[in-house]
Design a protein around this ligand. Structure first.
Ligand code: SF4
Length: 201
């Protein structure tokens, strides 16, 4: 079996329910279509337009270069993604090998970052370092609803959690093992895969 390259969307969906990763890769033809993705894309485009007019002070920075829609990947993890915004911290006397990047992820919510968002940011950080070199010490979640910025330090623990999560996802796909449903049935209520999970309805 060819090694699967997961996306950050898979990581996000795994946090929602591990079964979605199983359906996506082991039964790819059952995937229903949804309008949610298109809505999300439009919201992100608007956010990008506003970002161009915003000062960097909201991120606590005097100077930085903005890079939009940055494609990143990690050979080591077998993971790829596209980051809404990457801030390249500009500091005098810093050599290119010591460049600092800050991934910024836009969220369509006013809630504070839960563990899965933190892991997503850490995944971006790992991929940025592998793709562009330099260092990622922190990431930022920007809430499109509250317009609030939350800084997340990319700790070794968070990085380890990303590696462990991707390893578990890989095991599910390679062994074609359907995971148990989530303990709470709340995610099932609006789940696009609901009709395939006869044991939860
Ligand atoms: S219906 Fe529930 S168990 Fe099935 S994929 Fe959706 S969230 Fe998971």
């Amino acid at each position: 079996m060819e090694r699967v390259v997961f996306t950050v969307t898979d990581l996000k969906q795994y946090a929602y329910c591990p079964r979605i990763v199983f359906y996506t890769y082991c039964l790819p033809l059952v995937r229903p279509t949804t309008g949610k993705m298109e809505e999300g894309r439009l919201a992100h485009e608007e956010a990008r337009d506003r970002e161009r007019r915003r000062t960097l002070r909201i991120y606590g920075l005097e100077e930085a270069r903005r890079h939009f829609d940055v494609p990143v990947a990690s050979e080591e993890l077998g993971l790829s993604g596209r980051i809404d915004l990457v801030l390249e911290v500009v500091a005098e006397g810093r050599t290119s090998g010591g460049r600092e990047w800050i991934p910024v992820d836009y969220k369509q919510t006013g809630r504070r970052a839960g563990p899965h968002w933190r892991r997503q940011l850490a995944a971006y950080g790992i991929m940025l370092e592998e793709t562009l070199g330099g260092v990622v010490r922190r990431g930022i979640i920007y809430s499109l609803l509250s317009r609030r910025v939350e800084e997340i330090p990319l700790t070794p623990t968070l990085r380890r959690e990303v590696r462990e999560t991707v390893a578990t996802m890989r095991e599910i796909v390679e062994r074609e093992r359907m995971p148990d449903p989530p303990t709470s049935r709340k995610p099932c209520v609006n789940c696009e895969f609901r009709r395939f999970c006869n044991d939860v309805v």
